[in-house]
Design a protein around this ligand. Sequence first.
Ligand code: GMT
Length: 380
Amino acid sequence: MRLAIVCYPTFGGSGVVATELAIHLAERGHEIHVVSYEQPVRLDRPRPNLLFHSVTVGEYPLFRHPPYTLNLCNKLIEVVEEHGVEVIHSHYAIPHAAAAWQAREVLRSCDRPKGKGRYDVKLACTLHGTDITLVGREPGYYEITRFAIDRQDLITTPSEWLARETEEHFHVAPGRIQAIPNFVELDRFMPDAHPSWRPTLAPEGTFVITHVSNFRPVKRVEEVVRAFSVIRKRLKAVLVLVGDGPDLPKAESMARELGIRDDLRLLGNQRPEPVLQASDLFLLPSRAESFGLAALEAMACGVPVLGYHAGGLPEVVEDGVTGILCPEGSDICLGTLAADLLEDAPRLARMRLAARARAEHFAPSPIVDAYEEALTGLLR
Ligand code: GMT
């Protein structure tokens, strides 16, 4: 199959999933064209059948907001024409699904200029989360997003929960969406009995609590800091924050107010593996996480996850087995549950093993099989 994968190139989960999928499909012999405005961070293993195409945004004094969607659409047309791409797979609906639909309309049209062929490219879109739960529902995006999703030949979501949300809010017929979970590279995200980062992060006898995110409001970083302050009252611990985003300064100022700023380690955007391997607990108290790839990566490193029974997280984290999920809206304190767990060494050790075992259910091979089957199925 000749496949174009359109994605964001950033550290965010949708870009990571898209890039890893591109690599796996290329390893299986498919010809993959990754299209984005920058080379994705995880696209670091060159292969002859895995090409990156950069979308350049046209600057013009008249444009207060350069129309990226048009540049993307144009790039997709070029890539399909030059490489005979058969399927365009968009990751995150906005604006990728709409740009892909526009490109297909152009490529299909009867009145193409002389010398330009007609192509009937298939469209697939993996919805990832806030494209459905937040941004896509804004009036400024809703209609075109709903339309573009409807025009796809294949729609996938990483959780059953997100599939139901999409059906309900975007009026997609039940049964049209295929839930294909995210996967984790188990040989990269794995427990390490002697994590090299541990001494740098915390002195001996100090627990390491971690949160990795893009620090947007949906992540509820204030909950992370509040829970940590409760842990800190009972135990020696540090809170390691990996990633960057609008609410990071809020975390820092809250920690200052609570008198725990010295226990905060802000590491910015970087590969999370060495931090997770050095961690005792992972906090992810999001309001609605469609899947929680960061939680899965933590579990793969043998780190239990604490959060809320919300969104698709319960499809990843087993409450009481691989972590703890508080009922949403309850006044049970996440920090108290975390401190109780840290003080119960045998229970913590059991959860660590169970977390890794659960993560092994999300090994790449069968999940890439599901994508491969669904995408090649479009060509039959
Ligand atoms: O939807 C977002 O906020 C962005 C997206 C991303 O690009 O990081 O995150 C979503 O996609 C990930 C990969 O499928 C999921 O693991 C995250 O749970 C999901 N985020 C939310 O639903 C908040």
